[in-house]
Design a protein around this ligand. Structure first.
Ligand code: G3H
Ligand code: 13P
Ligand code: ZN
Length: 316
């Protein structure tokens, strides 16, 4: 059942975080739904601009509608990840999305406010929620590469002003994470004090953590042993997810870790079975492994087991 992101946030706030998982193809979609049903967790499906272009945006919508039928117990929202204005309006007008993210965080502050406000007005007119971003994460997003020296943490006072002036429904905050598999070079960690300061100034307001993949070291080692080269890959400590959730982070974005599962499964499979060229046996293994991975993340986010309570909450 596709529900509003807002309702999911209301139920989660301060207790647990919703896993926001990117999808690009059918195998990921099946693994995601299986993992969330197995762990009895509500969740958010994220579609990036790159994913919309990979096959066709209608293909993704079709897969999600099909998965909704195959897994009638699933409760989830559909969200545009890192949209620009054009992508946001396209999703708002499609009638399919629960929420959109306008990412104008690379623009100067006043321009970010202006753009975000325009998207919020258009989205709210159709009952769709908007996630905005303030501060800059390091790493690579689809169109923008942000070097570590340009990345900067969200300023809590500015966050309050931004939320008030734009009317956005949730805020992606830069707290020291970055996108991709190479997040930290040394002992850098998450800046929980930034989340705490924003939550104090904006109590009850849903915050979002991007770049949250944990880049499991056993996964990296297996990929490298099977011919990959991800030396130095490092991610967020996944045991910190729940701490972030208790402080007001209601949505935790995980994409890279899923790509690592895919890479490990496929590299190992074809290394062990060089004579095989049917893609279904390995696809089946990936779906199972991805479902297990998703359930393990939901356990850490605290969203596992919340499905019955969310369903009751949505009835009210
Ligand atoms: O933040 C970026 C997400 O991981 C989506 O990545 O734009 O390559 O689909 P993508
Ligand atoms: P990761 O690259 O850490 O998985 O982050 C994903 C993300 O933030 C998507 O918006
Ligand atoms: Zn992101």
């Amino acid at each position: 059942m596709i529900v509003t992101t807002k309702e999911l946030f209301k139920h989660a706030y301060g207790k647990y975080a919703l896993g926001a998982y990117n999808i690009n193809n059918a195998e990921q979609t099946m693994g995601l739904f299986r993992g969330c049903i197995n762990s009895q967790a509500p969740f958010i499906i994220q579609i990036s601009k790159g994913a919309r272009k990979y096959t066709d945006k209608r293909m993704l919508e079709g897969m999600i509608r099909a998965a909704d039928e195959i897994f009638p117990d699933a409760v989830f929202a559909v969200h545009l990840d890192h949209g620009d204005e054009e992508a946001c309006y396209d999703c708002i007008n499609s009638g399919f999305y629960s929420s959109v993210m306008i990412d104008a965080s690379s623009k100067p502050y006043e321009e970010n406010v202006e753009i975000t406000k325009r998207v919020v007005d258009a989205a709210h007119a159709k009952g769709i929620a908007v996630e905005a971003e303030l501060g800059q994460l390091g790493g690579v997003e689809e169109d923008i590469a942000v070097s570590e020296d340009k990345a900067h943490l969200t300023d809590p006072e500015q966050a309050k002003d931004f939320i008030t002036r734009t009317g956005c429904d949730s805020l992606a905050c830069a707290i020291g994470t970055s996108h991709g598999a190479f997040k930290f070079t040394g002992t850098q960690g998450l800046h929980f004090e930034v989340i705490e300061a924003i939550a104090k100034l904006c109590p009850g307001f849903p915050l979002v953590m991007h770049g949250s993949s944990s880049v499991p070291q056993d996964e990296v080692a297996r990929i490298n042993a099977a011919g990959g080269n991800l030396a130095g890959a490092k991610g967020v400590d996944a045991t910190q997810y729940l701490g972030a959730a208790k402080r007001g982070v209601t949505k935790i974005n995980i994409d890279t870790d899923g790509r690592l599962v895919w890479t490990r499964v496929h590299r190992e499979f074809f290394l062990e079975k060089p004579e095989v060229f049917d893609f279904r046996p390995v696809g089946k293994i990936f779906m199972e492994e991805y479902a297990k991975f998703i359930a393990s993340r939901n356990d850490l986010l605290g969203s596992s087991g919340q499905l019955p309570a969310v369903k009751e909450f949505l009835k009210k």
